[in-house]
Design a protein around this ligand. Structure first.
Ligand SMILES: Cc1cc2nc3c(=O)[nH]c(=O)nc-3n(C[C@H](O)[C@H](O)[C@H](O)COP(=O)(O)OP(=O)(O)OC[C@H]3O[C@@H](n4cnc5c(N)ncnc54)[C@H](O)[C@@H]3O)c2cc1C
Length: 440
């Protein structure tokens, strides 16, 4: 019997330390805007580096990685428990060495990079000395990667990249971009037409058209044009034509990590909701005394628990199979569930705070936008629902013997035939019962 919901006591101690550390030392920095200037800024050096050192001393740095890459090799379940805490505060992943998009980019470089690429980018990324961007989506197509048109052509020993990319997160401070480009437009398998490249930001021809902001936030998503950008042949990341495959490795993990952090955001919204309910008084009593408010709290808790268990289960499946592809259906299911749970809980918390809830004094408007982002970034909900359904359906084979017409009458007929003796006995029993009722 291997199912177990206990956290090992040693690890629980670490988690308790994390909660306290985030609340007392990390969250206050978000209120003064530390971290926005990039890893090389003076304020970052002054405020973030000492916190990162404390995390390293606690053995909690880069927990998403294996020990050979400077991580702890805790696996996904432990990571989920940690990420729920980190998810409560936007700056926390940076302090713990597991911020997107660097985590995913480092992951693919570690799996597919050459020794030279690892030396140049992997270690600096893992040590948070530099940051990176992920340049996949294009203005004319995000959900459908087959619509991407950015081209990389081989001229001698150099690739020449041309095209536009949209919504490259972290572009403002990135030193290197992971860029998707079509290298083999005529390949018979459309999923083998694109490759990935590591493009240094300083390369001539990399032009940031503008930074786009999410909601009311400061723009940090890059709208980038690659104009005849020349990179050496070995800027290719992984085998030629393998961008889709590498992307699944990268995004599979990323989606689950988002979900883990979303659990933290939902828990934070629920905590604020409860705090408000017990603090705010009307003429007829506290908000917490009203049944309709209690219903909001109960529904939020139930929804959060269901989602949290779903996330932990996926984490457990990844630990078990050690292969994102084998857990594709459940990763997609978590991705679909995430924006709705997040949105539902945050909107209830926001509503219960009245005007304060929609003001910029509380975090709810940002959270609400984030919940919408979770339904778009890394692929929209609709696309992931299709993945879930297709993965479920693939276990079913057509059976035309069973379904010549309608399934249930056919099955019923077969059952009655098989148990003809019982049917006769039951008929006799019912007839006797009817007679005794008539006799009353
Ligand atoms: C905050 C944020 C950060 C991001 N970071 C990055 C990044 O770092 N790098 C990067 O490359 N990209 C990034 N993206 C872009 C993201 O990957 C795309 O937004 C996403 O893939 C959707 O593409 P799109 O925006 O072009 O929407 P579209 O493809 O235009 O889709 C719009 C809507 O159309 C509907 N739709 C689309 N396809 C289908 C379908 N098959 N079936 C049914 N309905 C469908 C859905 O309702 C969907 O929401 C980020 C996006 C956000 C919001």
């Amino acid at each position: 019997m291997a199912w177990d919901f206990e956290t090992d006591p040693e690890y629980q101690k670490k988690l308790d330390w994390v909660s306290e550390f985030i609340e007392n030392e990390v969250e206050p920095l978000t209120h003064v805007g530390v971290g926005l200037g990039g890893v090389k800024s003076k304020t970052y050096q002054k405020a973030i580096r000492p916190l990162q050192k404390k995390v390293k001393d606690m053995g909690l740095w880069a927990c998403h990685l294996t020990p050979d890459l400077g991580g702890q090799g805790y696996g996904q379940v432990k990571l989920a428990l940690l990420n729920e805490r980190l998810g409560r505060v936007g700056l926390a992943p940076v302090v713990f060495g597991c911020q997107a998009p660097d985590t995913g980019n480092a992951e693919i470089i570690s799996h597919y990079g050459t020794q030279e690429q690892k030396d140049k980018y992997l270690w600096p990324l893992l040590n948070n000395e530099i940051t990176s961007g992920y340049s996949m989506t294009e203005p004319q197509g995000g959900s459908d990667p087959l619509a991407f048109t950015t081209r990389a052509e081989l001229h001698g020993n150099e690739w020449v990249i041309n095209g536009e990319k949209w919504f490259t997160s972290g572009a403002r401070n990135a030193e290197v971009f992971v860029v998707y480009a079509v290298t083999d437009p005529d390949h018979k398998d459309p999923y083998k037409r694109m490759s990935m490249f590591l493009v240094p930001r300083k390369s001539p021809g990399v032009e940031v058209i503008r930074y786009v902001g999410v909601g009311g936030g400061r723009g940090s998503e890059g709208y980038i044009r690659y104009n005849n950008v020349k990179v050496p042949f070995d800027a290719l990341l992984g085998p030629r034509g393998s961008a889709f495959e590498l992307g699944q490795v990268r995004l599979g993990g990323g989606r689950v990590h988002h979900a883990m952090r979303t659990v933290g955001q939902c828990q934070k919204a629920l905590d604020l909701m409860c705090q408000r309910a017990v603090s705010r008084t009307t003429r007829e009593g506290k908000l917490a005394d009203f049944q309709m408010v209690q219903e909001q709290i109960a529904d939020s808790y139930i929804q959060l628990q269901q989602f949290r268990l779903q996330v932990l289960h996926v984490a457990w499946l990844i630990d078990k199979h050690k292969d994102y592809k084998k857990v594709r259906k459940d990763i997609a299911a978590v991705k679909v569930a995430m924006p709705k749970v997040y949105h539902d809980i945050v909107s209830k918390a926001m509503h219960l705070h009245g005007a304060l809830g929609v003001s910029n004094e509380m975090p709810f408007t940002g959270m609400l936008i984030s919940s919408m982002v979770m339904g778009i970034a890394d692929g929209p909900t609709e696309v992931h629902k299709v993945t879930v359904a297709k993965q479920i359906l693939k276990d079913f084979r057509p059976d035309n013997d069973l379904f010549p017409s309608y399934h249930v009458p056919k099955v019923r007929e077969a059952a009655r035939e098989k148990h003809a003796d019982l049917v006769e006995e039951l008929k006799a029993e019912w007839a006797a019962r009817a007679q005794s009722i008539d006799a009353l």
